[in-house]
Design a protein around this ligand. Structure first.
Ligand code: ZN
Length: 326
């Protein structure tokens, strides 16, 4: 359902028109929420969610989330077979950035495990080639969970213990209290029950262990600048996009200590720029959600991304939190 541009959205009427009820905030639980956007579409893969999923905003923590909440059975159709996370076909510029990220992650994880042998559980492992990368630099025992069964099999073929499914539903009997680090990069925004997922991550950690992750945040210049074309919506695949304070308070609420949320060096603005062009009607052939000029847009976005990162106002944040030592 499209709302006429330039007219004020009248939440009650819009909600009534779709038959949806306002739902509580999946980040802070508040019922003080309102309809925020009705005009978001998938400008990367053109997936049709088959029913109107609106974007609601929390009046307490300002996180944004889909309403009605998608169900488990709806999610697979949101991820087409050429979804970028399943493909490693990066451009040369992107490959350089991926390599630089692997090195910087290894240094960071090394500090977390205090440069001793350590263990990590990754949520959404993919094919585990990042484990191979990390182990080039640090002594790390690696395990995790992956939702796509063929991709989980690739991880197991590399020799890692990879559970199949979601962290929320997985049998964690052999894993509870075992890990120095639990990582979740670009996962929390994709799951139906983010709170349950973080609770289970807490269970996996040893006392004093670290939870780390990365995700988009609505508390950013980029979100304001690009509005409905913002890459962080990744509509309809991002079921919630927390505010920075909403995320930090949720982690504290679950018993995590020394919670830190900070802008991450990232290139999401490339997608926001691309979305804007596609919204204007440009329709080139796209592959893996990317137009042929993606690399050019990336180079154009880098100066902005650098400034936003230095000012701590970027559209992607890293979070870090520690389980109590006692
Ligand atoms: Zn909230």
């Amino acid at each position: 359902m499209e709302s006429p541009r330039g007219t004020a959205i009248r939440p009650n009427q819009e909600i009534a028109a779709t038959g949806s009820e306002l739902v509580p905030c999946p980040i802070c639980g508040s019922e003080k929420t309102r309809l925020f956007r009705t005009d978001v579409t998938d400008l990367e893969y053109f997936v049709d969610p088959l029913r109107d999923l609106l974007i609601q905003k929390c009046g307490e923590c300002e996180s944004q989330f889909l309403n009605p909440r998608p169900t488990e059975s709806e999610l697979p159709r949101f991820y087409p077979s050429d979804y970028h996370a399943y493909n490693e076909n990066h451009s040369r510029v992107a490959r350089m950035l991926v390599e630089a990220r692997a090195r910087s992650r290894a240094r960071f994880y090394g500090r977390l495990i205090e440069d001793r042998p350590g263990s990590i559980f990754d949520v959404g492992t993919g094919d585990c080639r990042h484990f191979d990368e990390l182990r080039r630099f640090i002594d790390l025992e690696c395990a995790g969970v992956e939702i796509q069964s063929e991709i989980a099999a690739k991880g197991r073929a590399r020799g890692y213990e990879i559970l199949e499914g979601t962290l929320e539903a997985a049998d964690l009997t052999d894993h509870v209290g075992k890990y120095h680090v639990v990582s979740m990069n670009h996962v929390l925004e994709h799951v139906i029950e983010p709170r349950t997922m973080l609770e289970r991550a807490h269970d996996l950690l040893r006392p004093g262990g670290h939870l780390i992750g990365q995700l988009p945040t609505v508390t950013s210049w980029e979100s304001r600048l690009f509005g409905r074309n913002w890459g962080g919506y990744h509509y309809p695949r991002h079921l919630q996009i927390p505010s920075r304070s909403g995320l930090a308070n949720l982690l504290k609420d679950l018993g995590f200590q020394t919670v830190r949320v900070r802008s991450a060096p990232h290139i999401q603005t490339t997608i926001s720029l691309q979305n804007t062009l596609v919204r204007w009607g440009w329709r080139p052939r796209m592959q893996y959600g990317k137009t042929p000029i993606y690399s050019g847009l990336l180079v154009a976005a880098l100066p902005y991304e650098t400034v936003a990162w230095l000012c701590d106002k970027g559209g992607i944040v890293d979070f870090k939190a520690q389980k109590s030592r006692s």
